[in-house]
Ligand binder design. Structure first.
Ligand SMILES: C[S@@+](CC[C@H](N)C(=O)[O-])C[C@H]1O[C@@H](n2cnc3c(N)ncnc32)[C@H](O)[C@@H]1O
Length: 1016
């Protein structure tokens, strides 16, 4: 028997969530900042899930002794990994047992002492200070040799002791040290060679020695595979932890991003020592400048030390390209009148008023601000003369009542005559003749921040002078995707139409000089790596230089066209000056790439990527992968291939000859993509969904064949439908769920909103299952109930609360029915997954409710009270809670005032808040039980005995065993001090009398206030 993995038993989910939220906001050096990919998983989540999928639960009876000894030796005596004395995020004093499992959790992530103290008093902690310095998942530790070495050693011992149970901790620990030392020694030998860029015999022999040392180490580490690798976050983390790491993605753009993220820096981003002569021969004086500027390196004697060869070379060649491009096209980007370099030229498209007697041609602006920050407000103030609109620049705020919205989603209100022209008509105008963009303003770089000005005639002449650039990507956008590619409906049907001729000219010029660099390099794996980054850089320049790039007046920065995972129609845009220093410029874009390479080059281990549709059963030998850790797509949530075509059409032009197979198709592959895009199925949503479900199952099916241990799936959705799809695919692929956790990450709302919203995802651990034939529904149900009850108890002790507890239990409940091929009812009918899920969910919830009966709203109220009390919780908790826990809709919960929303927070309603001004709610037998009890509590509080007795009579509460009284008893257990608790105690204290009298309600009218309610 194998021990359970840690992920199947426990995860420090609050800590992972906190650091993941932080990760989404980190700037330079983080994987998100290399190149766009959609739905990236945060690195802390990926690192935690990879680690916890590879190490056993040290408390499991089958856990190898060597691993327990490792935990004891490395963590048990280290105070920084001691479990919390008092779990900081729970209300009551609640210590955590000091055992090996909890120590391992604290190693993954532990709140810092400061954060623990702050949490207890409801204070916030700065994101960087939330986790303790020793936490594996903390961003600062992504290149911390000491911490990563510990994690790698745990994995080494777990993997090898499972295969060789006779091996002791001491022997495994020393073999780990020995193999790691061999890598380090080989690296030192190779990287201190002078002029190792020349393939001398010595260099080749040392390179081979290093490769062998890495291979020898990794052959003793688990193989981890991500079949939906996307931007490469999971393979990056698997290789960071020393594993043999593999990733697949169907999309060639993702493939390039993956290589850039998790293969090339780790392989080539290493130090290089050059003889001074060789340095000068290769790089000349430009190289010297760059080395000092970019790397901060100094020349010493006869040799030159380049800290990171790859980032240095990328910087060097990028500077050459910038210089040449600027010489050729710099003249198209004039300075402003004050001599400042312009960062962006602001354009607005013109529409025509449909009023026949007006026909004014005017800019379709929605907002007139160029800057709208706390300290600076600048706007374009329109001056209407006859049927012409001119602008003057004004400082301060404008009155939105005076200067209203001219454009609402393409429906325009004419500033000259006030007529409204419907968006249907403007769309027709756009398709017929285009909505001509007109240049209106400039945003320049100045010593005092951004400077805003109107163009002079001479500047206008340069910027508006025609550029005959017709060469550009002729490939077509999807023409029938009204949800994600609205621009096609406005006449932008080819990728090149997203660029103005000037912008095309700019991107083409960069590509021209990129090709010159390519021709100058001797082809090799290294030069291909270098060119890959230069192509990624050109992608970045292109994404900021389209007619769909916005000016963010709040942050005073350019935003690229993918503010959302779609391309929306916009009516004003900025043209970036590639030769300035601001956001959007070539130099700024280069900075992001260099930071990434520098940040991820320290590791000796790189991931290996394939660019193909997953699900190929012969890609890996049967059971040769220890773990699959992945994050699949979800129905039509993101149209990966359509969006990525924006980059594909440029990458084809830059890297097509370097990666000929990957860029052989006109656009990215669509047919095999595991998504549900109805526009690819003639608008048939059912067919699209079926395609997704079949593809997902096919891929899981292959995974099951290839994986020996565990499959951890991160799923960005928690709705019942999402669970059903996921469970169906998992079960059909002969696997079973053995653990589940919900994790939060924060996504930026993007675009101009500057809002942030919480997004939670669920991580499910599965195992290839040995499924028995038929399960009897009654037996399965019983087993689920027992398992969940135990689970609630165990997880509660581990500090799980609220909706997190429910998600965790739900996964465990599902695992029971996954043991059987088929579960049957007594009449022989098969129980469908959706039905089983319903049952599993109910039993998880029931077990939390500990026997509370009643309708869904009542159960919701008690469940929430039990898990969250009456205190404030984050808004997102309600959604999670109802999604997994209950068949009620979160909107109904708010509509019925069971939860009260205040800003981004909510709390459970008191009786008075719940029933508000209503006088009848809760007085009828068919009303929700919680309504009836709250009505009774209010009647008691007011001393309205007549109402109370009538109510008890009407709702059948004149019997002691009625659900009404059981609910009142539960409330007494759960409510905190306060009015509601007093009412409940009063009702219970008088219950015998009340029941007695309520039975007589029909016979005579009760006397007002004849019972002493004990109200002061
Ligand atoms: C949710 S994303 C993965 C994101 C990734 N975890 C990250 O952090 O960047 C899902 C990925 O699945 C890929 N995909 C879709 N269909 C596929 C298929 N049939 N085979 C392989 N990959 C596929 C998409 O291209 C997309 O990159």
């Amino acid at each position: 028997m194998k021990a359970k993995k840690l992920i199947e038993v426990a995860m420090p989910i609050k800590e992972i969530s906190a650091e993941s939220v932080r990760d989404n906001r980190l700037a330079g050096g983080n994987i998100r900042t290399l190149h766009i990919w959609w739905a990236r998983r945060p690195l802390p989540t990926c690192r935690a899930v990879v680690f916890a999928s590879l190490v056993p639960d040290p408390l499991d009876e089958y856990c190898p002794q060597a691993f327990k000894d490792a935990v004891a030796d490395i963590l048990m005596s280290d105070r920084q990994y001691a479990p919390y004395k008092d779990i900081p995020y729970t209300a009551a004093y609640d210590p955590m047992e000091d055992n090996m499992r909890n120590r391992l959790m604290m190693f993954i992530g532990k709140f810092s002492p400061l954060c623990q103290e702050n949490m207890k008093v409801g204070k916030k902690t700065a994101p960087a200070d939330q986790l303790a310095p020793g936490s594996l998942i903390k961003w600062e530790n992504h290149d911390n040799k000491l911490i990563l070495n510990k994690a790698q050693k745990f994995i080494w011992i777990a993997y090898n002791s499972e295969m060789h149970p006779d091996l002791t901790y001491d022997s495994l620990s020393s073999s780990f040290d020995q193999y790691k030392d061999a890598i380090e020694t080989s690296e030192n030998e190779l990287y201190c060679l002078v002029d190792r860029h020349k393939d001398s015999e010595r260099v080749i022999s040392l390179e081979n020695k290093l490769l062998r040392a890495i291979e020898d180490f990794q052959n003793r580490m688990p193989a981890v595979f991500d079949p939906f690798a996307g931007g490469g976050a999971i393979p990056l983390e698997a290789s960071r932890l020393g594993c043999r790491s593999f990733g697949n993605d169907i999309n060639p753009v993702a493939h390039i991003v993956e290589k850039g993220s998790a293969e090339l820096p780790q392989k080539y981003g290493k130090p290089l020592i050059l003889s001074r002569k060789e340095f000068e021969r290769l790089y000349g004086s430009l190289g010297e400048n760059i080395l000092q500027e970019v790397s901060g390196a100094l020349f010493s004697g006869e040799t030159v030390s380049i800290p990171n060869r790859l980032s240095f070379d990328v910087a060097y060649y990028a500077h050459i390209i910038i210089k040449k491009a600027e010489t050729e096209i710099g003249k198209y980007y004039p300075k402003d009148e004050a001599g400042n370099t312009v960062a962006a030229y602001y354009w607005a498209r013109h529409g025509r008023c449909s009023n026949p007697s007006c026909r004014a041609d005017f800019p379709m602006m929605k907002n007139f601000y160029l800057a709208n920050t706390k300290n600076t407000q600048v706007y374009l103030n329109p001056v209407v003369v006859d049927n012409h609109v001119l602008f003057e620049l004004k400082k301060g705020r404008y009155d939105t009542h005076v200067l209203g919205e001219w454009n609402h989603h393409g429906t325009i209100t004419c500033p000259c005559c006030g007529s409204v022209t419907d968006s249907k008509i403007t769309k027709e105008q756009a398709r017929a003749t285009g909505l001509t963009p007109v240049f209106y303003a400039m945003i320049s770089e100045s010593e005092n921040g951004k400077h805003y000005s109107l163009p002079t005639e001479s500047i206008r002449r340069i910027v508006e002078s025609p550029v005959d650039e017709i060469d550009g990507p002729e490939e077509s956008l999807p023409l029938n995707d009204g949800r994600n590619m609205m621009v096609a409906f406005w006449g932008f049907t080819k990728w090149k139409t997203l660029f103005s001729p000037r912008q095309l000219r700019a991107v083409n010029t960069f590509i021209k000089y990129f090709n010159e660099v390519k021709d100058s390099l001797t082809p090799s794996d290294y030069s291909n790596a270098l060119l890959t980054y230069l192509a990624i850089w050109i992608d970045r320049i292109a994404q900021f230089n389209t007619m769909f790039s916005r000016w963010n007046d709040i942050s005073e920065k350019i935003q690229h066209l993918f503010g959302r995972q779609s391309i929306s129609m916009i009516f004003d845009f900025v043209e970036s000056n590639p030769f300035c220093n601001s956001s959007g410029s070539a130099i700024n874009q280069l900075g992001w790439i260099l930071k990434y390479i520098d940040s991820e080059s320290f590791s000796s281990f790189s991931a290996r990527f394939e660019n193909s549709s997953s699900g190929d059963k012969i890609q890996f030998d049967a059971k040769s992968l220890s773990a699959v850790i992945t994050d699949p797509p979800y129905y039509d949530a993101i149209t990966y291939s359509d969006c990525s075509d924006f980059y594909y059409v440029w990458l084809k032009r830059t890297l097509g000859d370097i990666y000929p197979v990957n860029f052989s198709t006109p656009l990215t592959p669509k047919t095999e993509e595991c998504t549900a895009m109805k526009h690819r199925f003639g608008g048939d949503e059912r067919k699209a969904r079926l395609h997704f479900e079949n593809k997902l199952t096919e891929i899981f099916d292959a995974i099951e064949v290839q994986t020996s241990d565990i499959v951890s799936i991160m799923y960005a959705h928690q709705s019942t439908e999402a669970w059903t799809t996921l469970c169906n695919s998992i079960l059909t692929a002969r696997m079973n769920i053995t653990g589940s956790w919900s994790l939060d990450t924060e996504m930026s709302g993007g675009l101009k909103t500057d809002k942030a919203y919480l997004e939670s995802s669920v991580t499910v651990a599965c195992r290839p299952s040995e499924r028995k034939g038929f399960g009897d529904y009654k037996e399965v149900k019983k087993a689920i109930i027992q398992k969940v009850e135990k689970e609630v108890e165990d997880l509660y002790a581990l500090g799980f609360r609220g909706a997190d507890l429910l998600t965790a239990c739900f996964g465990q409940a599902v695992s029971e029915f996954g043991k059987y091929k088929v579960v049957e009812k007594a009449d022989g009918s098969e129980v469908k997954v959706a039905e089983l899920l319903e049952m599993a969910r109910n039993s998880a919830f029931n077990s939390l409710l500990k026997g509370v009966q009643g309708d869904d709203f009542t159960r919701f109220y008690i469940g929430w009270l039990q898990m969250n009390g009456m205190g404030e919780t984050d808004f997102d908790d309600a959604t999670k809670f109802t999604r997994v826990g209950m068949p009620v809709d979160v909107s109904d919960i708010f509509a019925r005032k069971l939860l009260i929303r205040e800003g981004k927070k909510q709390h459970l309603a008191t009786a008075a808040e719940h029933l508000g001004n209503s006088t009848t709610q809760g007085t009828h037998p068919e009303d929700s039980l919680i309504d009836q009890v709250h009505r009774a509590m209010l009647a008691y509080e007011k001393g309205d005995r007549h109402l109370l007795l009538t109510l008890l009579h009407n709702v059948g509460a004149d019997d002691q065993s009625a659900p009404f009284w059981r609910l009142v008893a539960s409330l007494k257990e759960l409510l905190p001090e306060g009015k509601d608790l007093k009412s409940v105690e009063g009702l219970l204290g008088n219950s015998d009398n009340l029941r007695q009298e309520s039975r007589e309600v029909d016979q005579h009218q009760p006397e007002q206030m004849s019972i002493d309610f004990g109200i002061e």
